[in-house]
Write a protein that binds this ligand. Structure first.
Ligand SMILES: Nc1ncnc2c1ncn2[C@@H]1O[C@H](COP(=O)(O)OP(=O)(O)OP(=O)(O)O)[C@@H](O)[C@H]1O
Ligand SMILES: [Mg+2]
Length: 206
């Protein structure tokens, strides 16, 4: 992952409104919920339900989702190791900005490589921003049986290569902030657990 800017002679220009002042106006603290898991594990389904719940609670959240980002910000990237890495780097930087602005960032990316998730965590931690790795966990057989986009069928037929869980690895989180077993938990239960995580970490201040 690239850490250093290509350009030289850069000077950071400080603003006059602090992060805490932004958070005070919003009545919440920003942070990033990073959902990682196999295709079909339920990341996007849970993200959409969580966004709805937070909105109903009067909270400010924003979803960043795999295919949506690949249609815009990352439209020039594919699925090679290098492109996956650049994809996550850009999303990590955007998440950091949104969290700094005060949003609850709800991310749904397979993000199969532990080192890339660690990179995003460290990016947040270096900026003093909360980052929660959320493992959306189902056995591969369950995700494959769901196959909401028909991608596993295509991967098994060899029409898609480098597909996570089939011919590309998924490195499970070792110590996630939360693990949601979507084969035994309802979407509502997963959303409840995510809201509880945010409350426990004092994200809602007014
Ligand atoms: N308890 C559950 N939690 C989440 N999703 C569930 C649950 N039970 C069944 N599902 C179904 O599983 C599927 C999950 O698909 P979803 O698109 O959310 O996965 P994803 O992890 O975002 O996959 P991808 O990485 O391909 O975007 C949906 O069809 C959803 O309705
Ligand atoms: Mg999805």
């Amino acid at each position: 992952m690239k850490d250093q800017p290509k350009a030289t002679h850069l000077t950071w220009h400080e603003g006059q409104v602090s992060r805490d002042q932004r958070y005070d106006n919003l009545g919440q603290r920003g942070g990033t919920l990073w959902m990682t898991g196999l295709s079909g594990s339920g990341k996007s389904t849970i993200a959409v339900a969580l966004e709805q719940r937070l909105h109903a609670l009067g909270r400010h959240a924003y979803r960043l989702d795999g295919d949506n980002i690949r249609m815009g910000l990352c439209s020039n990237l594919g699925f090679s190791a290098e492109d996956r890495s650049e994809n996550i780097r850009r999303i990590g930087e955007v998440s950091k900005l949104f969290a700094d602005a005060g949003l609850i960032v709800i991310n749904s990316f397979i993000s199969p490589y532990a080192r890339q998730r660690t990179w995003v965590r460290e990016l947040h931690e270096a900026a003093g921003l909360p980052f929660y790795e959320v493992f959306i966990h189902v056995p591969l057989a369950v995700a494959e049986a769901r196959d909401p986009k028909g991608l596993y069928r295509k991967a098994r037929a060899g029409e898609i290569t480098h597909f996570t869980g089939i011919d590309d690895p998924f490195e499970a989180p070792v110590d996630p902030a939360l693990e949601l077993r979507t084969d035994v938990m309802s979407v509502e239960q997963s959303v409840d657990a995510l809201i509880a995580l945010l409350k426990k970490n004092n994200h809602f201040t007014a």
